[in-house]
Design a protein around this ligand. Structure first.
Ligand code: ADP
Ligand code: MG
Length: 297
């Protein structure tokens, strides 16, 4: 393609809300034959909501959620925002501030820890609880499994080293997501889902969207490693993601595509930004590249 054609291609992209950072990104996109999708905020809307709470303590919901919100209000994670939003239901109107959290710690891809009202609060997934040596009672395991079967994410909460409750959070698919995956299939492009979420929930979401290959419980560096493994086996790989945790994979991919509504770090790491935050524009970008670079017109 001539430099003019590339300029035109990039310009057309911009008018459609597909921000292409340079000629190389536009060129690479037409060779893509495998797309790695992040789950949360990419395939799903990314605005999770708490749909159920099971308490394994004699605390009432108001006391429980006050401790949980005090810890999660310090986290940027979409799950944390969902939990804090839900906790507001129980908040005292007269005294709306959350209690102070000390020693807050965010464990990327796993959850959070803090001391609230002299109690140690841990919130997150099973592997966090294993790492922190908190035993998971059978009852909690059952609640987690049930949530995962319904494509929800189960979140464990411990207070002073004992599991005190399990929350279930639901984050529905973006509208049209299954159609996009099926169009990509017809374009001979393989779709893969990678997520930090657990395998049960990941499999349920993958089934809903029509993706057969799933990599779950992946840390940020592991997401990048999967991209590199696919490249090593001969694929030209695009990565689509929205989170800080997707940045290494966005950089590793032949074409990194960031969801416009995502974090600044992901947007910086990407070669293409999908300003409308929809999945259709993954196809818009590839089509534009094919039109610009294919010999047959
Ligand atoms: P994804 O790849 O789906 O965007 P992450 O890697 O960010 O997911 O997180 C993986 C998992 O870690 C979540 O599904 C959740 O179980 C747990 N987790 C992460 N951050 C938090 C948090 N702030 N509160 C509770 N759980 C969390
Ligand atoms: Mg995400």
């Amino acid at each position: 393609a001539t430099p003019t054609a590339v300029m035109v291609g990039t310009g057309v992209g911009a008018t459609q809300g597909v921000l292409i950072k340079g000629g190389q990104a536009l060129e690479s996109a037409h060779k893509v034959n495998c797309i790695v999708f992040d789950k949360t905020g990419t395939l799903t809307i990314g605005k999770p909501v708490v749909v159920s709470t099971k308490l394994l303590t004699n605390m009432v919901q108001r006391e429980f959620y006050e401790l949980v919100a005090a810890a999660e209000v310090n986290s940027e994670h979409p799950l944390a925002k969902a939990i804090v939003e839900y906790a507001k239901k129980f908040r005292d109107e007269e005294n709306p501030a959350w209690p102070e959290a000390r020693d807050f710690e965010s464990i990327t891809g796993h959850g959070v820890k803090a001391i609230v009202r002299s109690k140690e609060i841990i919130i997150g997934n099973k592997s966090l609880f294993v790492d922190q040596n908190v035993a998971i009672p059978i009852e909690a395991e059952d609640i987690l499994a049930e949530a995962e079967g319904m494509a929800q994410t189960g979140i464990l909460v411990s207070i002073n080293g004992k599991v005190a409750g399990v929350l279930a959070v639901s984050d529905p698919l973006k509208p049209g997501a299954p159609e996009i995956i099926s169009i990509l299939k017809s374009m001979k492009i393989r779709s893969i889902m990678v997520t930090g979420d657990n395998l049960g929930t990941a499999n349920s979401i993958a089934k809903e969207v029509g993706i057969e290959s799933v990599i779950a419980e992946a840390k940020p560096e592991q997401k990048a490693k999967h991209v590199k493994d696919l490249q090593a086996s001969g694929y030209t790989v695009a990565m689509v993601g929205d989170g800080i945790n997707d940045s290494p994979a966005l950089v590793a991919a032949d074409v990194g595509m960031a969801i416009g509504a995502g974090t600044d770090i992901a947007i910086e790491a990407a070669d293409i930004v999908l300003m409308k935050s929809n999945l259709e524009d993954v196809i818009t970008a590839i089509d534009l590249s094919r039109k610009t670079f294919s010999r047959i017109r």
